[in-house]
Ligand binder design. Structure first.
Ligand SMILES: *[C@@H]1O[C@H](CO)[C@@H](O)[C@H](O)[C@H]1NC(C)=O
Ligand SMILES: *[C@@H]1O[C@H](CO)[C@@H](O)[C@H](O)[C@H]1NC(C)=O
Ligand SMILES: *[C@@H]1O[C@H](CO)[C@@H](O)[C@H](O)[C@H]1NC(C)=O
Length: 179
């Protein structure tokens, strides 16, 4: 009962923050997606994480292309066009993501966005894995000498003492026999 409740709590504790921390970013905030907004300024200081959403809101002349670094630099649209005016991208993996408007020279005029998506924070958990490696060499030399050191001293003590007992017993026996 108690352990079931604990497991349920643990699951909630692990899963809940993942949802709670997902953020929906409206590109350009109230300005939306258009010519005349500095999108590097908009992105500046924001932390985008895996699981967050990027929403492009805009009116009729514009659209969105998700391009690569080159397409961003050269304002070259490629791939699918998104043009419903409320285009939502779920940031599903880490790394740089580039978005441009493919209409006329809008991209050249600055209607382009580059962001860097960071880990959702659940990934630092594997980090402690390298830690167990260094302690490994320590137990090997540490545990090997004690077993070899301790038994001999005890064993030899035991052997010596039992030899002594036999010797004493023999002396006693001889003494008894002498009478
Ligand atoms: C946009 O803002 C950044 C600073 O956040 C600045 O370096 C850059 O020159 C600006 N771009 C334009 C086109 O004004
Ligand atoms: C726009 O997309 C967002 C995110 O998917 C959604 O929450 C919102 O309801 C949409 N708005 C409209 C007007 O479609
Ligand atoms: C074995 O040796 C250790 C250290 O010399 C000693 O402390 C311990 O009492 C000994 N044990 C026996 C059973 O003689």
């Amino acid at each position: 009962m108690a352990s079931n409740r604990f497991v349920a709590f643990a699951i909630v504790a692990v899963v809940l923050p993942t949802f709670a921390m997902a953020t929906e970013y409206f590109v350009g905030d109230d300005e939306g997606w258009k010519v005349g907004v500095n999108y590097s300024e908009w992105a500046n200081g924001k932390v985008f994480r895996v699981g967050d959403k990027l929403v492009f809101k805009y009116g009729s002349p514009h659209n969105v292309y998700k391009v690569d670094g080159n397409g961003f630099k050269e304002c070259k649209p490629s791939g699918d066009v998104y043009n419903n005016g409320n285009d939502t991208f779920i940031l599903s993996e880490q790394g740089k993501k580039w978005y441009i408007c493919g209409v006329n020279d809008h991209c050249e005029k600055g209607q382009k966005l580059v962001i860097n998506v960071e880990s959702d924070g659940s990934e630092p958990v594997p980090a402690p894995v390298p830690a167990p490696t260094p302690p490994k060499p320590a137990p090997v030399p540490a545990s090997t000498p004690p077993p070899t050191q301790t038994p001999p001293s005890n064993d030899s003590y035991r052997i010596i003492s039992s030899c002594y007992q036999i010797f004493v017993a023999a002396v006693v026996a001889m003494a008894v026999a002498a009478f």
